[in-house]
Each structure stands twice: as structure tokens, then as C-alpha cells.
Design a protein around this ligand. Structure first.
Ligand SMILES: Cc1cc2nc3c(=O)[nH]c(=O)nc-3n(C[C@H](O)[C@H](O)[C@H](O)COP(=O)(O)OP(=O)(O)OC[C@H]3O[C@@H](n4cnc5c(N)ncnc54)[C@H](O)[C@@H]3O)c2cc1C
Length: 289
């Protein structure tokens, strides 16, 4: 492997300046669980310089205020998985984080690294899509926030410029009454999923759904939402017919590829099965059962 310079700056400004100095020939790492592995097997280009965020301890936080949750860029997946508020109010995210890799991977790997890997199968990213997450980005021209749905531009591609750093994932205050993450993999751990579905619902006291989010992973070049399923659910009480409609909408929205983990046809079927299962589970949770 080509050699590279390694540096761990002490401040965000310094990290941004280093990225600018290397003009696209530097790469960021947080936990490095994705990046180092991809460099090793030749999937990612070896950069001239690796800029590690490991000394930016201020970016390791989960802040909860007025129902909104802010998650800093150095927060590990293990801390997401164990966080009481996230487990209770954003269950889909806790479940997605818990499904990733192994305890070792989750201790080192970050939520933001999962998002920035821009893999269509990134488990936590799919859950964040169902929670209307926003991505906070810092660069030499200041800070901005965008919807996570606008972050991805293709497989392993995002709108991030070479000198920009994601500093935070913000979950807006929403009274999700139930949510669920469902995935199928070739084995239970240490493998990316074949397919996944993330669902978040707001359900009123009569059991009627007032807001629904349905997202799919490994079904398109990027994680995707399924607006037809969300529209079908809104204003309805969940029953068998509605679940069948959701499954059909999810399968129709899926445009997967065939690869070593599964055929496109199998994935399309799975989209329906997992979306249906996720809606059913999220709805039961909303009703306290
Ligand atoms: C054995 C193994 C099993 C795995 N299993 C799964 C799995 O089941 N599900 C799954 O989704 N993933 C899986 N992964 C992938 C990976 O572990 C996760 O995506 C993890 O969350 C990546 O986080 P990280 O902090 O290690 O990212 P890093 O490797 O540090 O970075 C990943 C990418 O994000 C960029 N990046 C990181 N932080 C920032 C930032 N703040 N701003 C801008 N860009 C940034 C990096 O430049 C890089 O391109 C697995 C990896 C391995 C090695």
C-alpha cells in the first residue's frame, strides 16, 4: 500500500485548514472502521494525508433539549445504541446502531462515519432518514444544515466537498410514538445488510396515523424514502389490507442491484416484507403493545 501522512489536529478549524491545504488529496477519518478497511482492500484510494478527528473530544456528545436530539461527529455507535432517550423516543436509530458490525466496530465506529460512508446499505443512515434528521456541515465558508435526504448523491457519494466536515446530526423534536428497524443479512453480525427498512410513526389516541416515514436501505443507489407508503399510512388505522398496500409500495419503489449478497428480485421482495414488518412493529409500539 502507498504510504501516507497521518495527522490528528486539535481543533475543527485546523482540520478544515488541513483538508484545504491538501486540495482533495486528504481523507478524514473518525473511527476509521470503514475507511481503513476499504483502503486495505483497494476500494478506497489511498490519500496523501489522513486527517483524524480523534482529538476533537468536544464532538463526542448526545444533547437532548426540548425533545430535539443533537449527536456530535465523534459519538460512537455504541453510545447511540445505549442512550436512554434514543432507545425510548428514536427506537429505530438505537436498533439500527445495534445491528452494525460487532461490539468492537460499534465502540470505534461513529454515527457520522456511517452517514458519511454514503453506503446505500448503511444501517444507521437509513434510520436517520426515517427520523427527518438534518446534517450539520462545517467548512472554510462557515456552517450549514441540510436534510439527510439531500445529503446523498449516489453510491458512496455525497454532496460533501473535500474541505467540509460533518459536525453533527440533528434530530428535530417530533413526537414519534413508535418506530422500528428491520434488516436481513447473510449472517447476524459483521456483515452489511442485504436489505433494510426503517419506519417512524406518529399515532393518535384513536390509533390513527398522523405522520409516517418509511425508508429503505440497499434498494437504490442511496437510502430512499417511500412516499407512496407514507401517504397510504397517513390518516389510517393499521390492518392487514393497509400492510399489504405498504408492502406493495415498498417493493415498487425498490430499484436494487444484484450482488453477492442477493439478487435484485429477492431484494425487491424483501423490501415489501421488511417494510410491512417495520410498520407492524412500529404501530404495535405506538399502541403500547
Ligand atoms: C467488519 C465490519 C463490519 C461492518 N458492518 C457494518 C454493518 O453491519 N452496517 C453498516 O452500516 N456498516 C458496517 N460497517 C462499516 C462501518 O463500520 C460503519 O459504517 C461505521 O459507522 C463507520 O464509522 P467510522 O467512524 O469508523 O467511519 P470512518 O471509517 O472513520 O469514515 C467513514 C467515511 O466517512 C467519512 N467521515 C467520517 N467522519 C466524517 C465527518 N465528521 N465529516 C465528513 N466525513 C467523515 C470518512 O472520510 C470516510 O469516507 C462495517 C465495517 C467493518 C470493518
Amino acid at each position: 500500500m502507498k504510504t501516507f501522512e497521518y495527522t490528528a489536529p486539535d481543533s475543527l478549524d485546523e482540520a478544515i485548514a488541513l483538508l484545504a491545504k491538501h486540495g482533495g488529496k486528504a481523507a478524514l477519518i473518525a473511527g476509521a472502521t470503514d475507511m481503513m478497511q476499504r483502503m486495505k482492500i483497494g476500494e478506497a484510494e489511498v490519500p496523501d494525508c489522513i486527517v483524524s478527528l480523534s482529538k476533537l473530544h468536544d464532538l463526542a456528545y448526545i444533547n437532548v433539549a426540548d425533545g430535539a436530539v443533537a449527536i456530535g461527529a465523534l459519538t460512537s455507535l455504541a453510545n447511540i445504541e445505549r442512550h436512554d432517550t434514543i432507545r425510548e423516543h428514536c427506537t429505530v436509530l438505537a436498533e439500527a446502531a445495534a445491528s452494525i458490525g460487532s461490539p468492537q466496530i460499534r465502540n470505534r465506529g461513529t454515527l457520522v462515519g456511517n452517514v458519511c460512508s454514503a453506503s446505500p446499505a448503511a444501517d444507521a443512515a437509513v434510520a436517520l432518514l426515517a427520523l427527518d434528521a438534518r446534517v450539520k456541515i462545517a467548512g472554510s465558508d462557515g456552517e450549514k444544515q441540510i436534510d439527510i435526504g439531500d445529503f446523498y448523491t449516489g453510491p458512496r457519494e455525497s454532496c460533501l466537498e473535500a474541505t467540509q466536515i460533518v459536525t453533527e446530526i440533528a434530530l428535530p423534536a417530533k413526537e414519534w410514538s413508535g418506530s422500528s428497524y428491520q434488516r436481513t443479512g447473510l449472517r447476524r453480525a459483521m456483515d452489511c445488510c442485504v436489505a433494510s427498512a426503517a419506519v417512524a410513526l406518529i399515532v393518535n389516541a384513536d390509533g390513527e396515523i398522523s405522520a409516517a416515514r418509511v425508508a429503505l436501505g440497499a434498494m437504490a443507489p442511496t437510502p430512499i424514502r417511500v412516499p407512496a407508503a407514507e401517504e397510504a399510512l397517513t390518516g389510517q388505522v393499521v390492518g392487514e389490507q393497509l400492510l399489504a398496500k405498504v408492502a406493495a409500495a415498498a417493493s415498487a419503489a425498490a430499484q436494487p442491484i444484484s450482488d453477492i449478497r442477493g439478487s435484485a428480485e429477492y431484494r425487491k421482495d424483501l423490501a415489501g416484507v421488511l417494510a410491512r414488518r417495520a410498520v407492524g412493529t412500529a404501530y404495535k409500539r405506538s399502541r403500547g403493545s
